[in-house]
Design a protein around this ligand. Sequence first.
Ligand SMILES: C[S@@+](CC[C@H](N)C(=O)[O-])C[C@H]1O[C@@H](n2cnc3c(N)ncnc32)[C@H](O)[C@@H]1O
Length: 260
Amino acid sequence: MPIFNDIDLENWKDSEIWTDSLWIIDKRDKTGKHNGFYHGNFVPQIPKQLISRYTKKNDIVFDPFVGSGTTAYEAESLNRHFIGIEIQEELVRNVRGKVDNADYFSELIVGDSTKDKIFNKVNKILNNYKKKNVQLAILHPPYADIIKFSNLKEDLSNAKSLKDFLEKFSLVVKNTIKILEKGRYLAIVIGDKYTQGKWVPLGFYCMNEAQKLGLTLKSVIIKNMEGSRAKQNKEGIWRYRALASDYYIFKHEYILILKN
Ligand SMILES: C[S@@+](CC[C@H](N)C(=O)[O-])C[C@H]1O[C@@H](n2cnc3c(N)ncnc32)[C@H](O)[C@@H]1O
């Protein structure tokens, strides 16, 4: 029996946990508190699967890129505590207004996840609840500059270059490792980008940064991008452009599973 989840292995045939490295998700789960308003959010099925697979009831889920709070709502509905950081204050206000599980805390911090002083706040929260670590970290950073999330200069989507983006991403992973329980998991959700005629494998670069910091790679999951709002109604034009050129259209992103 794994010590890092509550999966009932006696009834393993009934388990709804996915174990294949290919995740084809037809449509976004819009039930509960998820309304999908935020351009650049991920589907709730991702944190739901990760939380169910890699945490136990009462564990703490950590997310340094909260966005619209998809992970916070899944943690709450699965009876896990949550701590999150987001650089945009109005997003934090929105999520704070919606989390309301009296038995499980959801603590949100406004700030820059690359900074030690923001992680000091995470440590203070852990101390207040007499906890030492978080048990799962889910990182869904901007895919470099593909979507510009804000005008804030510390926002990773405003990084000056690929090098700058990777250095900042690495700082977030480094800070996260310090609060992640040994033997527990860190998941990175990321896609690649295409710029000036070149495929930029952001997923592999981010994976490399995490491995350089000592994390062990456990799985590379490929997830389809079907249903992504950014692509709607543009399929025809993109197919024409691809046929007229030499590249393939992005249809996948990565969920990288690493162990501390
Ligand atoms: C891809 S989105 C996350 C979406 C989220 N998973 C959801 O489902 O809504 C990335 C988020 O990271 C935030 N962000 C960018 N740079 C940051 C930083 N340095 N510290 C904290 N948050 C940051 C952006 O404002 C954006 O909301």
